[in-house]
Design a protein around this ligand. Structure first.
Ligand SMILES: Nc1nc2c(c(=O)[nH]1)N=C([C@H](O)[C@H](O)COP(=O)(O)OP(=O)(O)OP(=O)(O)O)CN2
Length: 222
């Protein structure tokens, strides 16, 4: 069996609402990773691909054949704040901004004008989808991961310019993850996503490792 690996980096923040520290095992009992505004990491993500045989280039596959994944990371993870749809704090925050109601995401009107935003998502079967939200609301239960870009809205007053800038910076910067954004859940997400999308290339992702810091790492394989 051959195995190759390629390492990617991206900078992102997350809020780990699920953190619960056991005082018997740590002197740091305050779960600081739960803080809602999030904390950032320079993530290091290593993707391992395996194959029994080599292709016509005498490779498992060319390292460049992962450039689609690099593009996905740059567009959907780099400089995002990853929040969880399981986190009651995240849901309350988005509800207070009139962005969600139950499981439905929609854009609030700004001074009677209708905004629009592009979305990039990974659905529950791990397929990638993209589109535009304007008048339509979207059902959040379709997604394991959802992020936004290019929020825009016509502006006719100084007040709406400020409000549009607020929603643009907020929405272009947040990503909603179905699970808690721990290294473990993110490693599993990337493993499943890569395997779903790399199948036509004739190779398999054997594992994914993620490091948030120089000294910590989580790996997922099946
Ligand atoms: N098993 C996991 N443990 C922790 C995770 C995780 O995803 N899986 N995440 C965190 C936090 O995100 C934290 O910011 C990073 O972890 P940590 O290694 O504790 O980082 P520090 O730099 O604060 O560690 P020190 O070695 O104490 O300086 C926490 N745990």
């Amino acid at each position: 069996m051959f195995e190759i690996s390629k390492t990617f980096t991206f900078s992102a923040a997350h809020s780990v609402f699920s953190q619960q520290l056991n005082p018997k095992w740590t002197t740091n009992t305050y779960p600081k990773c739960r803080r809602l505004p999030g904390h950032g990491h320079d993530y290091k993500l290593t993707v391992y691909l395996c194959s029994e045989t080599l292709d016509k280039s005498q490779m498992v596959t060319d390292f460049h054949h992962l450039s689609w994944f690099k593009q996905f990371l740059d567009r959907c993870f780099d400089h995002k704040l990853i929040l969880s749809l399981q986190d009651s704090g995240t849901l309350l925050f988005l509800k207070k901004l009139n962005l969600i109601d139950d499981d439905v995401f929609s854009l609030p009107e700004i001074e009677k004008m209708k905004p629009s935003v592009k979305f990039y998502g990974v659905e529950t079967d791990f397929s990638f989808v993209s589109g535009e939200i304007d008048v339509d609301a979207i059902d959040l239960s379709r997604f394991i991961y959802l992020t936004f870009d290019n929020f825009s809205c016509p502006a006719f007053s100084e007040k709406s310019v400020v409000e549009i800038d607020f929603y643009q910076r907020l929405l272009d910067g947040i990503a909603l993850f179905k699970y808690s954004p721990t290294s473990e859940q993110m490693a599993k997400f990337f493993y499943k996503f890569i395997n779903k999308n790399i199948e036509p290339l004739g190779v398999r992702c054997s594992r994914v490792s993620i490091s948030e810091t120089e000294t910590s790492c989580a790996t997922y394989s099946e």
